[in-house]
Design a protein around this ligand. Structure first.
Ligand SMILES: NC(=O)c1ccc[n+]([C@@H]2O[C@H](COP(=O)([O-])OP(=O)(O)OC[C@H]3O[C@@H](n4cnc5c(N)ncnc54)[C@H](OP(=O)(O)O)[C@@H]3O)[C@@H](O)[C@H]2O)c1
Length: 284
């Protein structure tokens, strides 16, 4: 039986990684910032040596996209150098590192969805740039790496867009939501299974795009995602599409943020995943 170390175990994804791998019969050790601050290189080295896992999955990150614009150094510490230290320690142990990354590494200027071998060049915001640096450092440090890009994550254990929209809809007759930024929603529980299968299949090391499937490869907008979630919850709120110009944010976001999964089996449809999520976990 393999021993899996989940780093960032108290986050939205980390919690489901711990649950999912435990339920699948793995020996799981979950650590969060208090037990393992990934920005402390000596600690990373000693903790990994002490735990002696067979695989490390890094779910820790600085995820406040707007906040990162004013906290560049901290974002790079957590999203770039922390993963580099994990890559160094896993390299020493000769074990794989799974690094979770994001569609925000891309600038969104491509007209079609981004494939795994598209080269990200100029992320639009500090968060995306720090995550891209993390990808590069992991790649350069440990050849046994899986870089798993995801987008628009939702799940039971954290604040996320779907939860916010449903919660707002309860008190409003109408809701305006951005309709010109595209991506693919990713349900934490489906992602955990896809990562587990990646490891169990001993897939080739490299970059993967693992998100739920949308009706076409073009992805869907935040508006479409909010509208569906509110419908599934049975709320009468009218959802209105608006352009990004009407909702300026501190950090610029890519217009085209859709990821193409061309290397692994497709995950189930986002509608199925969303319906399960809103009906099981979002109380009205
Ligand atoms: N959420 C999304 O929509 C989305 C989209 C694309 C990609 N992703 C990626 O998916 C992954 C998981 O995201 P998430 O939404 O689950 O994040 P999250 O809920 O914000 O959780 C991140 C976790 O990382 C921990 N952490 C922060 N700094 C740390 C440090 N120095 N050492 C150890 N742990 C630290 C946090 O602990 P504290 O609570 O103590 O700070 C938190 O438990 C991340 O790599 C993120 O970049 C997320």
């Amino acid at each position: 039986m393999k021993k899996i170390l989940i780093v960032g175990a108290n986050g939205m994804l980390g919690k489901d990684m711990v649950d999912g791998f435990s339920h699948a019969g793995y020996e799981v050790v979950g650590v969060d910032r208090e037990e393992l601050d990934i920005t402390k290189t000596d600690l990373v080295q000693s903790k990994l040596t002490e735990i002696a896992p067979d695989v490390v999955i890094n779910c820790a990150a600085y995820t406040d996209v707007n906040g990162a614009e004013d906290a560049k150094e901290l974002a790079y510490q957590i999203n770039a150098y922390g993963p580099e230290y994990l890559a160094g320690a896993t390299r020493e142990l000769d074990i794989p590192l799974v690094q979770i990354s994001t569609n925000y590494v891309f600038d969104g200027t491509k007209e079609t969805p981004y494939a795994e071998d598209d080269q990200p060049e100029q992320p639009l915001n500090v968060y995306g740039a720090s995550k891209l640096r993390g990808e590069q450092l992991v790649k350069d440090t440990n050849p046994k790496h899986y870089i798993v890009r995801i987008s628009n994550l939702f799940g039971p254990h954290g604040k996320n867009f779907v939860q916010t929209m449903v919660s707002l809809a309860k008190d409003r007759d109408t809701l305006q939501v951005v309709d010109d930024q595209l991506g693919n929603p990713t349900y934490t529980k489906d992602l955990v299974q896809a990562v587990r299968e990646l490891l169990e299949d001993e897939a080739e090391y490299g970059i993967y795009h693992l998100t739920n499937t949308t009706p076409t490869e073009a992805g869907i907008s935040w508006y479409r995602l909010a509208k569906r979630a509110i419908e599934y919850k049975g709320l009468p709120t009218k959802v209105l599409p608006v352009s990004s110009d009407q909702f300026p944010t501190k950090a610029e976001r890519p217009i085209q943020g859709t990821l193409l999964n061309s290397k692994r089996p497709k995950l189930r449809s986002y509608q199925e995943a969303l319906q399960e999520y809103v009906n099981t976990y979002l109380k009205v």
